[in-house]
Design a protein around this ligand. Structure first.
Ligand SMILES: Nc1ncnc2c1ncn2[C@@H]1O[C@H](COP(=O)(O)OP(=O)(O)OP(=O)(O)O)[C@@H](O)[C@H]1O
Ligand SMILES: [Mg+2]
Length: 243
């Protein structure tokens, strides 16, 4: 399903009947899948960058909150965060600061960014995202949040680039993988699925994004540039990180 962008090209809020229906179908499948588990925490990832993880995380969180459930979206991509831009909030106070003891959880949560939806932004870019995500503090944080929310969605970095998503596996009900038509290869997707299974994680499903009738292939050079961009964001200057 191809999203229609708004004027600024950033807001990925579903705007057509088909897209809204597609997200409702994903929601329904997820509700069935999670029905028999107490853990309602879902990580969203992909094999490679730019697959549509953040867009799916955002729209799925909004769609889930429309059922009347209390939903939290956590931007755990502490290398290339984006949810603060989508919801137009500051990212500085967020997950990284809570996990490093620099801020209290309550002061970092942005309430009602959409009806029934709260957002925990990424926080300033830390030098050690994997360590923070695999810490006991992260475990305790999710346990605490699980008492307050019906569903928690976690937007994460790509599995094929960093291990951040895998360290979350034991804390979540499972992972939804996003694959982008014309970009994600079968091999990449299979490797991502295998990596989830290798850590005894649960694959909740695969969402295909950006489906078109005439898919175009992405050149290798374009992909290479994107990987570089990802690396660059990891070493962004403190001034840039505060934007
Ligand atoms: N279904 C879609 N149709 C068209 N464009 C899309 C779709 N999903 C995402 N996009 C666009 O593709 C780009 C990347 O999407 P997004 O940021 O959601 O991907 P990501 O996997 O989170 O990327 P990153 O690896 O950088 O975190 C954005 O410009 C977004 O607006
Ligand atoms: Mg993203």
């Amino acid at each position: 399903m191809r999203n229609t962008k708004s004027a600024n090209g950033q807001r990925p809020i579903a705007s057509t009947f088909q897209i809204v229906e597609a997200y409702k179908t994903i929601r329904t499948n997820l509700l069935f899948t999670l029905a028999n588990t107490d853990n309602k925490i879902v990580a969203i990832s992909s094999a490679e960058p730019n697959a549509g993880k953040s867009t799916v995380s955002c729209n799925l969180s909004i769609t889930m909150a429309q059922t009347g459930a209390k939903v939290l979206l956590i931007d755990a991509d502490m290398r290339k965060p984006s949810q603060h831009k989508t919801f137009r909030v500051k990212k500085a106070n967020g997950l990284s600061r809570v996990l490093s003891g620099q801020a209290e959880l309550e002061e970092c949560i942005c309430h009602d960014v959409a009806r029934g939806l709260d957002l925990l932004p990424s926080g300033s870019l830390p030098p050690n995202p994997s360590e923070l995500l695999s810490s006991d503090t992260m475990k305790e944080l999710l346990e605490r949040l699980a008492l307050q929310y019906d569903y928690i969605f976690i937007d994460t970095p790509p599995l094929g680039v960093v291990s951040d998503t895998l360290v979350l596996s034991e804390l979540t009900a499972g992972t939804v993988l996003v694959a982008r038509q014309g970009q994600t290869t079968y091999d990449e997707l299979q490797t991502a699925i295998d990596s989830v299974k290798n850590v005894n994680g649960t694959l909740l499903g695969v969402v295909i994004s950006d489906m078109r009738e005439n898919p175009r292939s992405y050149g290798r050079y374009e992909r290479f540039q994107y990987y570089k961009a990802y690396d660059y964001s990891y070493t962004t200057s403190p001034e840039e990180a505060e934007k």
